[in-house]
Design a protein around this ligand. Structure first.
Ligand code: OAD
Length: 273
């Protein structure tokens, strides 16, 4: 491990401060889930008619609900077949070491952090979770698992009438929708823990950013708040991105230009030694 990275980790260990981990699609890339904006961009696969940014909208859901559902059910199948990798497991260890001083803010809807063993209490899924659905008419705030009776779907599957009957709100019978944040929707606390994330950012002494291109609003706000507070930032990403720029600007900053599955276990070993 580079001595600059060691110095920051040692400083953090001695400070007894709070650590926040912000993850994006890059941490799940080594589990075989394509990233959003990489060359195998997840939303371009099998999407010939629509651009992903057009598909993942409430507007499209209103126009073509079952096409949108079909696409999410296929993606849910890909996520269900993937397994958490060494990066995910390292973050479970990190939570076990730091407990209430640890928070995980993830943009990933794949649910792999929870499957690896991070707790729902300390994992803020700020873009939702593909394994859940809710009422499209918001008759309540309740979130339900996507019915397990719906079988795995491939790119060419079509939702059957029986499956359509399962994709309804268990309370009012209206059509359900995937529990994810769409491009034409806003963050909020009740579904996406917006306020909690902002609060955690303000209390963060070390921000570990893992595998995100910095294209969304809340993660960028989290980074900016940590910069403003004078906290440390370690960015793990093979590519230059806005967070590596932030890491350059703070006193204790470091950009590890490589894969998360490689360096996260090393970071955890160092912190627990
Ligand atoms: P992106 O696909 O935009 O970025 C993935 C990042 O992971 C890139 O910067 C890659 O360089 C990096 N990466 C790839 N392999 C990696 C590895 N092995 N280790 C570490 N980093 C690696 O995905 P996100 O930034 O997560 O939002 O995208 C953010 C949001 O944009 C998504 O959650 C989604 C989309 O709009 C919503 O659905 C609301």
């Amino acid at each position: 491990m580079d001595s600059r990275l060691e110095d920051i980790l040692k400083w953090f260990k001695d400070s007894r401060g709070n650590i926040t981990v912000l993850t994006g699609a890059g941490i799940s890339a080594e589990s075989g889930i394509p990233t959003f904006r990489g060359k195998d961009g997840y939303w371009t696969v099998g999407s010939k008619e629509y651009h992903p940014q057009e598909m993942a909208t409430f507007r499209m859901f209103k126009l073509r609900p079952y096409d949108v559902w079909q696409w999410y059910l296929y993606r849910k199948t890909v996520c269900a077949r993937a397994k958490p990798n060494s990066g995910h497991f390292a973050l479970v260890e990190l939570e076990n070491i730091f407990m209430e001083r640890f928070c995980l803010i993830t943009q990933n809807v794949d649910g792999l952090h929870l499957r690896a063993g991070n707790t729902t209490e300390r994992t803020y899924q700020i873009h939702g979770n593909i394994n859940f659905m809710r009422c499209s008419r918001e008759c309540s705030d309740e979130i339900f698992p996507v019915p397990p009776e719906i079988p795995p779907q491939d790119k060419t599957s079509r939702i059957s009438e029986e499956e359509k009957r399962l994709l309804v709100c268990p309370h009012c019978g209206a059509l359900s929708r995937p529990h994810v944040l769409w491009f034409d929707e806003c963050y909020n606390e009740k579904y996406f823990r917006f306020d909690s994330s902002i609060r955690k950012a303000k209390e963060t002494d070390l921000l570990l950013v893992v595998g995100t291109s910095g294209a969304t609003n809340l993660p960028m706000q989290v980074g900016s708040l940590v910069v403003r507070k004078g906290g440390a930032i370690i960015d793990i990403n093979p590519e230059i991105n806005p967070f590596s720029g932030m890491a350059e600007r703070v006193k204790n900053g470091y950009h590890y230009q490589g894969s998360s599955g490689e360096i996260l276990p090393e970071i955890v070993d160092f912190l627990k030694a």
